[in-house]
Write a protein that binds this ligand. Structure first.
Ligand code: DX5
Ligand code: ZN
Length: 214
């Protein structure tokens, strides 16, 4: 079954425990970490991951939109992240490999993220070393943007690469996913869907999570 990872970027940060409680029917809690340098926005970091760890049984899926993530991945694992994903654009290939290795050494699941302008082939050198590949369907930086349907061939290409070389790897999409656009993502081969505004603006959160499963 398709997994749903609501992004708490769209939650009420003054009431995070309650907001995470609303998504207990989901599969992962998606945590968007932005540094104001890799992306033009600043969000939350290690102390918030540490504080939310005890309030949910769901795995924490931490999406790092920061420069040189190798500096911080161990701290995120120690704070309670279960999955840590790093952008391939955020450092050299060697340093990205080093970041993935550090996450694994801490017992975490490691992933890479591809921004919209980055081709599927950029995942090639990392394919055997990741547990998740995240394909962005908006430019990283902000919630509530429009879904980029033109990313679907790239998602399909990543699905083919994963099936051929690392079938246990998850394929996640992030940005503009709603009860309509989720279908194209699933059709293209994604098995984890991130959704921020579509989940947190819904009057009935469990019903919305069910809808997003396609
Ligand atoms: C964007 C973030 C996304 C975003 C998704 O940089 O990585 O996780 O919060 O929000 P929606 O679902 O509203 O596009
Ligand atoms: Zn994200």
């Amino acid at each position: 079954m398709v997994k749903i990872a609501p992004s708490i970027l769209s939650a009420d940060f003054a009431n995070l425990e309650r907001e995470i409680g609303r998504i207990s029917d989901a599969d992962y809690v998606h945590v968007d970490v932005m540094d104001g340098v890799f992306v033009p926005n600043i969000t939350i970091g290690i102390p918030v991951v540490r504080c939310i760890r005890p309030v949910t049984k769901l795995p924490l899926d931490v999406h790092l939109m920061i420069v040189r993530p190798v500096r911080y991945v161990e701290a995120f694992c120690d704070a309670g992240a279960d999955i840590v994903t790093v952008h391939v654009e955020s450092d050299t290939p060697d340093e990205i490999r080093a970041a993935l290795d550090k996450i694994h050494a801490r017992g975490g699941r490691a992933g890479i993220v591809l921004s919209p302008g980055t081709p599927a082939q950029a995942a090639e050198p990392f394919l055997e070393h990741v547990d998740m590949i995240l394909a962005m369907t908006v430019e990283p930086g902000f919630g509530g943007q429009s879904f980029m349907a033109d990313m679907m061939p790239k998602v399909a290409a990543l699905r083919a690469m994963i099936d051929a070389r690392n079938p246990g790897c998850e394929l996640e999409v992030d940005g503009g996913v709603d009860p309509v656009t989720c279908r194209a993502c699933i059709q293209a081969g994604a098995n984890v869907l991130v959704a921020g505004s579509a989940v947190y603006t819904a009057p009935d959160t469990p019903a919305r999570i069910r809808e997003l499963r396609g």
